[in-house]
Design a protein around this ligand. Structure first.
Ligand SMILES: Nc1ncnc2c1ncn2[C@@H]1O[C@H](COP(=O)(O)OP(=O)(O)OP(=O)(O)O)[C@@H](O)[C@H]1O
Length: 461
């Protein structure tokens, strides 16, 4: 029995070993000696014979921590440090070799690809099966099927066997199921990494809402900014052992320093360039007037939700008709290297009476983090007028962006910084990839003309 104050997850002294055998015969001999070790009088000798067969790897060693209800905890660590093994033990798909694991409430898990669905059943059959396995009754599963299908958005593939799915389709369906089983605890492994940028943002927005509504989240990722965005606390696993447990910024910085071989500065305020934002902090993306967040913007954000919706805005009537990112020859730009001069065109229709039209944009990364943007607030001083079309143009030099996918969000508003009405905003007005070949640390790169290091003695020897 777990009382109301019991943590959602309680792990004490957890060990998990994997035995690797050179052959099936060796595996069978190991099983025999394991059985013999339980017989009276044979224990010590049988254990010695058993342990001489194969190689034992400790994926987790003496790991202890507790996660309170409503907490969001990120798990980070190098490849092979035990993160996935830990999540599997928490979900019950792997048994501990030692120690205690207690969880309370319904667990929804998105583990690595290939776990969770029966490959020969269709997506729809898997949805039904998963719903039942998560403890929902048949009627509830049936009533949620449409919502799950809409969230996954994989079209006719829903009625195809799961073995025909791409990894992206698989993860779409798996997340959609997890989002609809009334989980108290959500456990998400690196699987999200295979989703396309729009879907990943939709999932992250869902996890943020789940967290804000008091859900417990356990999140494994190598993506440190994503961990900082979603988690209030981070646990660093190092070769199976818990190395650090604390605030996201301290732990991710110490981990990053260990990865690049630098001494850790402790919990100082130095910015490492890796996701140095505080967890959960950041202005809402749709307010492109780039000032302090207004209550109106907050209210719009709350009503529209950042659910991956492609566009929103209810107050005005102008509609974004066309958005194009082009280079100096007028060609559409789908891939950038950074350093090139580009122009973003925005055209709106059905405008009507305007006091002072403001068009804005920003570029966001895969996690929805705003990287840069601009608006026409300073450029426009026109008197109120009537118009049916509005055209805005931003000419700028594209920064060096870390290789990956990016989205351009665009908004049209009318008014001043302090008092404006949003007509429409479009979260995903343009999509491009960055193919910058440099090795940026952090989210943007710089052009380094020269770099050097000098070593010298200050005293004569
Ligand atoms: N089924 C298995 N059989 C044998 N060894 C395993 C098995 N699963 C995991 N291991 C080993 O356990 C250790 C921890 O692996 P785990 O997958 O949990 O690490 P991880 O931190 O999730 O790594 P990654 O970041 O690469 O996903 C590794 O040494 C791995 O080789």
């Amino acid at each position: 029995m777990t009382g109301p104050a019991a943590p959602a997850v309680d792990v004490q002294g957890l060990d998990r070993a994997f035995d690797i055998f050179p052959s099936d015969q060796a595996r069978a001999r190991h099983a025999l000696w394991s059985a013999a070790a339980r017989l009276p009088g044979l224990g010590t000798r049988a254990r010695q014979r058993r342990d001489a067969i194969g190689t034992r790897t400790w994926a987790l060693r003496d790991v202890s921590f507790a996660v309170g209800r409503g907490e969001s905890v990120g798990f980070i660590g190098a490849n092979g440090s035990g993160k996935s093994t830990l999540l599997h033990v928490l979900c019950g798909t792997l048994a501990p070799s030692g120690g205690l694991v207690r969880t309370s409430g319904r667990i929804g898990a998105l583990l690595e690809l290939g776990t969770g669905f029966a490959a020969d059943l269709t997506g729809r059959e898997n949805v039904r099966l998963s719903g039942l396995l998560h403890g929902l009754d048949e009627a509830t599963v049936a009533s949620r099927e449409d919502a799950i299908a809409a969230f996954a958005d994989i079209g006719a593939y829903l009625d195809q066997p799961v073995r025909t799915y791409s990894s992206g389709m698989y993860v779409r369906l798996a997340f959609a199921v997890m989002a609809h089983v009334d989980a108290d605890v959500m456990i998400v492994d690196e699987a999200l990494a295979v989703g396309d940028i729009r879907f990943v943002q939709k999932c992250l927005a869902h996890l943020e809402r789940f967290r804000a509504a008091g859900g417990t989240l356990l999140f494994v990722s190598h993506d440190l900014p994503a961990v900082q965005r979603l988690c209030q606390r981070v646990i660093w696993l190092d070769r199976g052992r818990l190395r650090m447990d604390g605030p996201p910024r301290d732990v991710t910085e110490a981990y990053f320093d260990s990865m690049i071989g630098a001494p850790s500065p402790g919990s100082g305020s130095r910015e490492s360039g890796v996701g140095s934002r505080e967890a959960g902090v950041g202005s809402r993306p749709e307010d492109l007037t780039a000032g302090p967040e207004t209550p109106q913007a907050a209210a719009r954000a709350a009503s529209a939700g950042d659910d991956g919706a492609e566009h929103g805005g209810t107050l005005g009537k102008a509609r974004i008709a066309d958005v194009r990112l082009v280079d100096d020859t007028g060609s559409l730009v789908a891939s950038v290297r950074g350093g090139e001069r580009l122009t973003l065109f925005v055209e709106a229709a059905g405008v009507g009476w305007l006091r002072q039209p403001v068009v804005g944009f920003y570029v966001k990364d895969r996690l929805g983090q705003q990287l840069f943007g601009e608006n026409t607030l300073a450029a426009v001083t026109a008197a109120p007028r009537h118009a049916d079309t509005l055209v805005a143009r931003f000419r700028f030099v594209m920064p060096r962006l870390f290789p990956g996918e990016y989205l351009v969000a665009v908004a049209i508003a009318d008014g001043t910084q302090a008092d404006h009405v949003h007509h429409e905003w479009r979260h995903e007005a343009w999509h491009f990839t960055s193919a910058w070949p440099g090795g940026a640390t952090g989210m943007v790169g710089i052009d380094v003309d020269a770099s050097w290091v000098i070593a010298y003695d200050t005293t004569d020897r």
